[in-house]
Design a protein around this ligand. Structure first.
Ligand code: MRU
Length: 349
């Protein structure tokens, strides 16, 4: 049976609707956003999160801003458009989909520069819809390719949330799990809780449970034991940016999982739409890593769990070196081996 999905980012008639992921799983509530500042805030506060979803939200955020701009000459319109684009680009630094989506919007604005501003606004709306629509198909294809790495009854482990609500539909790392379910396969999925913001517990466990997929929640520190006991036979994660050499940034804790997978001789798969692959960033060292506030660790979900004034280190992402990645699952197929070469080929196919 085909799965149904909650649409985490949609747009209708001047309003951007965002499923507030900070309230899940207790409350399912959609924000109604009409101002670019509120779109920026939703991305910054992780109300919308996951690399593809923030790209889509940013594209629509730019539509909100553009629609409010006066219908003057192109250069005044474009100046205002670029200011809003830069503003949205400042919301989060690591997921390259944000910059990718904004660049597509920029290219569209420039391509339409000889048209009246009223028409350019319509074209920008069209482009944002297109980005969203393409992501659905991209995720479905990742699911189809990833399914080839699974078998009925398999135990798999995932980290953070790379599911339907992190994308337009299906998710990336979770897409093969949904397709396996549609085929009637029974997987046993272990979802890392994902400290400190608990995307694994609040979002992945919730999403998979709703889809009727057998999911078991574990704390991050249990992953080693799950592998040692042979309970997980593969790791599937999403990503926020893949550098040109295959080094991959994803939620903090992913690098540790890749090391554990190697130690236990378990394949470590990264699901990456090509919108997450950044050929301009040579290696993982050059990927900007978002640092977040100390309160996420000292006062997680409102409870004080650390002494006042303690020093805190809170990077939101880490980088997994390419040599620890068994394969990268893209919408164009699975790539393996020499990632520098294979990624180049991917963009020329
Ligand atoms: O900080 P988050 O929740 O936005 O981090 C998200 C992740 O790390 C996901 O794995 C990644 O963006 C892929 S989502 C398909």
């Amino acid at each position: 049976m085909e799965q149904t999905f909650l649409q985490s980012v949609t747009y209708d008639n001047g309003t951007l609707y965002i499923l507030d992921q900070t309230l899940l799983p207790a409350v399912t509530e959609f924000l109604e956003i009409t101002k670019v500042e509120d779109a920026w805030d939703a991305i910054k506060q992780l109300k919308v999160r996951g690399a593809p979803a923030i790209g889509i939200a940013a594209a629509y955020g730019l539509v909100l801003a553009a629609n409010k701009a006066p219908e003057v000459d192109f250069s005044s319109f474009y100046k205002n458009f670029k200011e809003n684009l830069e503003y949205l680009a400042s919301s989060r630094p690591t997921a390259v989909n944000l910059f990718w989506a904004l660049q597509r919007m920029d290219e569209r604005a420039l391509a339409e520069k000889d048209q009246p501003v009223a028409l350019i606004k319509k074209k920008l709306e069209e482009e944002a819809h297109q980005i969203r629509k393409e992501d659905e198909e991209v995720c479905r294809m990742i699911g189809i390719h990833g399914l080839a790495l699974l078998k009925d009854g398999m135990g798999v482990l995932t980290h953070c949330n790379a599911g339907g609500i992190a994308t337009a539909r299906y998710g990336t790392a979770l897409a093969p799990f949904y397709l396996a379910k549609e085929k009637g396969w029974e997987l046993k999925v272990y979802a890392d809780e994902t400290r400190p913001l608990l995307q694994g517990a609040r979002l992945t466990a919730w999403e998979l449970q709703q889809a009727g997929i057998d999911v078991t929640l574990i704390t991050d520190s249990m992953a080693a034991m799950i592998m040692q006991k042979g309970m997980a036979e593969a790791v599937f994660v999403g990503c926020d940016r893949v550098a040109a050499n295959g080094d991959t940034a994803n939620k903090i804790g992913t690098y540790g999982l890749a090391l554990l997978a190697k130690a236990h001789n378990i394949p470590f798969y990264v699901a990456a739409p090509t919108s997450t692959i950044d050929m301009k960033t040579e290696s993982g060292d050059a990927i900007p890593i978002e640092m977040r506030g100390s309160e996420e660790i000292t006062h997680g979900f409102g409870k004080n769990t650390a002494p006042d004034g303690v020093k805190v280190f809170n990077p939101a992402f880490d980088v997994t070196p390419a040599e620890l990645i068994t394969a990268i699952i893209t919408e164009k197929g699975i790539i393996q081996g020499n990632y520098s070469e294979e990624l180049k080929k991917l963009f020329h196919s």
